[in-house]
Write a protein that binds this ligand. Sequence first.
Ligand code: HEC
Length: 170
Amino acid sequence: MTVFQKFLLVSIAALLFLAACDAELDELPTPTPVDAALQRLDQEEAEDESVEESEAEEPADEPEAEAAGSDDLEAVFAASGCVACHAVVEDAPPGVGPNVHGVVGRAEEAIASADYTGEAETVEEYLRESILNPRIFIEPDYDPLMPTTYGDTLTDEQIDQLVTYMQGFE
Ligand code: HEC
């Protein structure tokens, strides 16, 4: 065998060896940064889903928690959609409806006024009536735009909580 033939044989062997290594590398792909990012996204999504699931199971305990403090009552007011039309921050301009600040005073004034067309005799009754039957008395300077469906869409407990919440706004 000439030196050249030996060299050729060694080269062929080396090439075959490298090809085999390559094939093994193909079987164990190292993740590219893109793969890694996709994997992370998958994991995050899976975590999100599990959070959503655990939230979905919670509502049964919520009402009790909401009865606990004024922060929770404010959350009921927000979750019921009232904030779309009623500001809760003092001195904020009224929205479609009056700012909740001062509602107790307005209620007392309304009940005492000759123009009052509702049936309430106390502030609490007035607030309840305003939610359940908003058209019975239209607050001066406002339009009759308050939804009339809250008696159907809110639970008795939520209505109690909303009334309690608004009674705090002297
Ligand atoms: C689409 C707008 C809108 C939404 C949503 C809305 N209101 Fe009203 N609300 C009004 C308007 C307008 C008035 C004033 C006219 C009237 O007396 O009906 C009013 C009046 C009131 C009053 C009596 C007036 C006063 O001096 O404040 C109370 C109490 C009240 N809303 C509570 C609520 C509560 C609680 C919710 C949520 C469950 C709610 N509103 C949701 C528009 C809205």
